[in-house]
Structures are given as C-alpha cells and as structure tokens.
Design a protein around this ligand. Sequence first.
Ligand code: 5GP
Length: 351
Amino acid sequence: MPNIINDIKLDFKDVLFLPKRGKAESRSDVDLNRELTFKNSGQTYSGIPIIASNMDTVGTFEMAKALAKHGCFTCIHKFYNVEEWVKFAKENPEVLKYVAASSGSGEKDFLKLKEIVAAVPKLGFICLDVANGYSEFFVMFVRKVRKEFPTMTIMAGNVVTGEMVQELILSGADIIKVGIGPGSVCTTRKKTGVGYPQLSAVMECADAAHGLNGHIISDGGCTCPGDVAKAFGAGADFVMLGGMLAGHDQSGGEIIEKNGKKVKEFYGMSSTTAMHKYSGGVAEYRASEGKTVEVPYRGDVNATMLDVLGGVRSTCTYIGAVKLKQLTRKTTFIRVTQQTNEVYQGSTSQP
Ligand code: 5GP
C-alpha cells in the first residue's frame, strides 16, 4: 500500500513573517553579506548569497558582471565554450570569485568541465545540475568530481529531502541545490506529479545540511523579493533566481517587439525550445518538462537587484535582524490563507 505523509507542507505563498522588535532602525543598517566556509572544499564565500540560475537565458557572463557588483553570485550556464571562458576570465578577473561553471553528469560534460577548470585556474566553484538528483549514478558522479577537484567548492542538485542532501554532502558536495518543481517555467509537477512544496523542502533540507556543516541553495519558486526573504528565513544559505532575473539586458536572448511592447523569450532548460537548441530535438523517450514564455523587457538588471536587496533588507528590519545571518533565527512564519489584497490586480501599478 502506498504511504501518505499527512503533515502539511508549505510553499512561500502559504506564510508571512511575524514582525518583531529589533535594533535595526533603517534598511541601510542591515548587512546582507555572509561569510560561509564550505565543508568539503574548505573554501570561503564572502558576499550576498543570491545566485543567478545556470539557465542559458539567466546564467550569462553579462549577468555575472552585473551581479558581482553587488557581491552576488552567478552559476554560468554550460553552453559557453572554453575560449569564451578564457576571454571572460582575462577581461574580468574580479568577477571570477562570484561564478561557478555548470555541468551535467554526462561524460562529455565532465570532459568540458575539466578543460574549463584547467583553462581558468582561478575558478573556485562547480555547479553540478541534473533534473533528478536521486539517481545512484549522480551520487557516483559527485564522488568522481570531488576526486578530480579536491579543493573546489561543489554545488549539486536538485533534491528536496534531508536524507538525499546528506548523501550528496557525504559524497563530496558542499552546497546542495534544493527544489523539484517550483520553477516559473517548470512543468515537472504537471508532467510527472513529482515535487515538494518549496518552503518546507528548504526548512527540512537546511536542517539536514547544517547538521553536517553543509549548505543549501533554495532553487526556484521565488516570484518577488518577499519570497527571497522567506527562503532565507526558512534556512537557505543561498537563494537561486531564474524568472526574476529574466527579461533584462544581461539575460540571454533577443528583444522582440510584439504589438508595440518589448519582450524577451524565457524558457526552461528541459523545454522543447532548449532541447531543440542544444540536443537537436526532444528525444522520444522523454517529455519536455519546461515551458517557453515571453516576459516583458525590463532593462538593466541592476534596478531589479536593488529592488530585491532592498526588500530583503526591509524584511530584516521588520523582524529585528541586523544581519542576514540572523534572519533564520529571528523568523517566525505565520500560516496564511491570503498573501495580498488583489482588489486592484490588473490595473496600472508600479512593481
Ligand atoms: P524560477 O526562479 O524561475 O522560479 O526557477 C528557476 C529554476 O527552475 C532553475 O534554477 C532550475 O532549477 C529550474 N528549471 C529551469 N528550467 C527548468 C525546466 O525546464 N524544467 C524544470 N523542471 N525545472 C527547470
């Protein structure tokens, strides 16, 4: 007989923060920087732990340059060639400490990763990204990468449960990517029925990781700065963003004019669009698990980043945290049935 977990599991939309007394008077008093030392690599990250996703429309070199100015991080997508990496590294040495090279778990991916790491010796981070982090094969791949690169910081995922977070950490990963199905252009939950509500996944996985001195990334499902704060509040060490960073000058893809409005294409990495672009089509044995959408063109990503960072700083002042580090400790979530008043939804308003 199948098991059922009857505990209620929550998403970002199911909670709000309880305001609390605190010392920070204004947003400018709040320090969002963190210093994190990783379990297996022994390396340290110092910066604001927000990450641009390794999607080809988001994890670009241009995005990395813009985000590094804020001390934020970018997982560079896996489709740049070695020459492009070398050029980027030569021209932007100061940005290198804020980027990871991404890789899938195939042999070709591994060989390319080795070439990139050899060509860019200052690179400190690797992001191993597969749709399903639960396979034995992936665990063995993480072990192989750890053996090959003993001092590099390895991000690996995606998973949503504590025992798998621990298995990946014990296999050599430092930071575990958490999230199956919450993404803005993800259709995994529709196509497969698999997933886990993101806020609960983050709370449970953070607990499992921190017990081993490991770290986690909340990956997917953030729709606004408040969600980013909730992910940190739930215990995420890093928060990864896809859709919130799409549609900007620094995002991949062309600006298209449609009915007098400027838009940019944004798609999931398992969408039909991505599979046609990189794998010559959708293989017969698999379904596409991503959407293709058009998002409004939003100009320079700097304005969006200021909005996100301002929002998280403001959360900290509301709940009495002077530093981002204190956010989880100060967090009490209230379960809610309504997030916002939608009476003027659809009318003209500023974000
Ligand atoms: P967002 O911030 O847009 O809500 O979520 C971004 C995350 O969605 C990515 O970092 C990645 O983990 C996930 N993602 C990206 N493309 C796809 C896809 O095609 N299918 C699925 N299932 N997830 C995707």
